[in-house]
Design a binder for this molecule. Structure first.
Ligand code: ZN
Length: 153
């Protein structure tokens, strides 16, 4: 259970990231890009990745949308920068598990670190897509370049 104090802290962090997103820029040296769209909310993201030797050397994004989608993109970029592609995939699956909202699903909070702030979002199914959009876009960008993903398959 998340205490109300913790919930407030989480909301502050989400708000802070949505107001001042990290890595919010076009990446000149990008060798992978992907676009994501969440038609339910209107969130859009374009992701720029510089992947070298199986590692996310640099990352940037542009986009518009609700506070949750922006904060999630901001925190995603901050947490995968410098990580290997396989570490990034582990993070993706933990993040996904956390937001699936099934009580039986255990996710590894120690792996997620600050990303755990989005755990409260699982209570709002519509918002889950806002929070996972950046991650789906990341996955698409790592797998192949120039792809557009949508949360409504
Ligand atoms: Zn949204």
């Amino acid at each position: 259970m998340i205490s109300s104090e913790l919930r407030e802290l989480y909301q502050e962090l989400i708000l802070e990231h949505s107001k001042k997103p990290r890595n919010f820029r076009v990446l000149e040296g990008a060798n992978h890009t992907a676009e994501g769209f969440n038609p339910l909310c209107g969130d859009k993201i374009k992701l720029y990745l510089e992947i070298e030797d199986g590692r996310v050397k640099d990352i940037g994004f542009q986009g518009s949308g609700c506070a949750i989608s922006k904060a999630s993109a901001s925190m995603m970029t901050a947490s995968v920068k410098g990580k290997s592609v396989s570490e990034t995939q582990t993070l993706f699956s933990e993040f996904h598990k956390m937001l699936s909202g099934k009580e039986s699903t255990e996710f590894d909070e120690t792996k997620l670190g600050k990303l755990s702030v989005f755990s409260g979002v699982s209570e709002f199914p519509v918002r889950v897509k806002c929070a996972t959009l950046a991650w789906h876009t990341l996955k698409a960008g790592m797998e192949s370049s120039g792809k557009t993903v949508t949360t409504e398959a």
